[in-house]
Design a protein around this ligand. Structure first.
Ligand code: DAH
Length: 339
């Protein structure tokens, strides 16, 4: 029996040395130390031994068992450490590699230009006010000296909700809302969406944006209008940018003007972009009509002022050399990413 035990120990240790996996280790433990294992089998035969032999063999069996247990738990620790090391190696992280940048959005070109325009006017002491897009006939036309059946209404194809309510065709409605609410001095701009029943093409959209401006005070002249617009355009297009005023007609201003900007492409020489004009039309403006002032309770003998309405799409397209209005609304990321 003694030899048996010693041989068990020797075999266990030898088998143990070749094991590299915790499942096999467990099998080995059961084989030698389990209830049906080799050591137990020997202990069961102790009854056959003489009284002198029994404690000697018993002691030996216990020490062999303890030795094997020890060796197994040492092996277990080894395997565990090796596994942890392997895992660490597999999950190695190189903190010196460049990180992966998240995709960051950016302002839409219309919003970017709008923000620039607002910045320029805030710098000149203007306030920014908003008005409703669903508007009454009164604010959009009537109070702007465009009574029903006035031919000037024909130039703005209007979406009517009912006879009296419509989608505003121009931000000029906010002029009236402002003058009704606050007394001069007034210095505001009002950016926002406007609607016209136009078919979509490269230069038309049923929805577009305007920025309305209004200044009312004592002694305001056309020179103030020109200076204000010139400053805006120089900020948007650079210091060498020039504007020109052409006589025009709007029912709510007198005198009225269309304001052109020197062509970005040919700098006034004349080219295909400006149809050989050297200038491109940019906005409408003028001195607020005395009838409009009166209608809002402002005395035209005391106060005067100017107003203008800029198409945001037009200045954005000029700013970035965009040749098709639809690009601004399709929101194709490949297009938007360029700005
Ligand atoms: N409302 C005009 C338009 O939609 C633009 C405009 C012209 C606005 C003259 C004004 C102005 O305030 O004085 O075409």
């Amino acid at each position: 029996m003694k030899e048996q035990l010693l041989s068990i120990e020797a075999r266990a240790k030898e088998e143990l040395s070749g094991i590299s996996d915790s499942k096999l280790l467990e099998e080995l433990r059961v084989k030698f130390l389990g209830k049906k294992g080799e050591i137990t089998a020997i202990l069961k035969q102790m009854g056959k031994l003489s009284a002198e032999e029994r404690p000697v063999i018993g002691q030996l069996a216990n020490s062999v068992r303890a030795d094997i247990e020890n060796a197994i738990s040492q092996k277990q620790a080894q395997l565990k450490a090796a596994l942890a090391e392997k895992k660490l190696a597999a999950e190695k992280l190189d903190v010196t590699l460049p990180g992966r940048r998240g995709r960051v959005g950016r302002p839409h070109p219309l919003n970017a230009v709008m923000a620039e325009v607002e910045e320029v006017f805030l710098g000149m002491g203007f306030d920014i006010v908003e008005g409703p897009e669903v508007e009454t006939d009164h604010y959009c036309f009537e109070a702007l000296n465009m009574p029903k059946h006035h031919p000037a209404r024909d130039t703005q194809d209007t979406f009517y909700i009912n006879e009296n309510v419509l989608l505003r065709t121009q931000t000029s409605s906010v002029q009236i809302r402002t003058m009704e609410k606050i007394k001069p001095p007034i210095r505001i701009i009002s950016p926002g969406r406007v609607y016209r029943s136009d078919a979509v093409d490269a230069t038309h959209s049923p929805l577009f944006h305007q920025i309305e401006g209004l200044v009312i005070d004592k002694g305001v002249t056309m020179a103030d209008l020109k200076g204000t617009l010139e400053l805006l355009m120089k900020r948007l297009y650079g210091d060498d940018c020039r504007i020109r005023l052409r006589p025009h007609h709007f029912p709510y201003t007198e005198p009225s003007a269309e304001v052109d900007i020197m062509c970005f492409n040919c700098h006034g020489e004349g080219c295909s972009m400006c149809k050989q004009e050297g200038y491109v039309e940019l906005l409408g403006a003028g001195m607020v009509h005395p009838k409009v002032l009166e209608g809002c309770g402002i005395d035209p003998e005391i106060y005067s002022g100017f107003a203008f309405g800029i198409g945001l799409e037009r200045i954005t397209m000029g700013r970035y050399n965009i040749n098709d209005l639809r690009l601004l609304y399709e929101n194709d990321v490949r297009f938007l990413e360029q700005f």
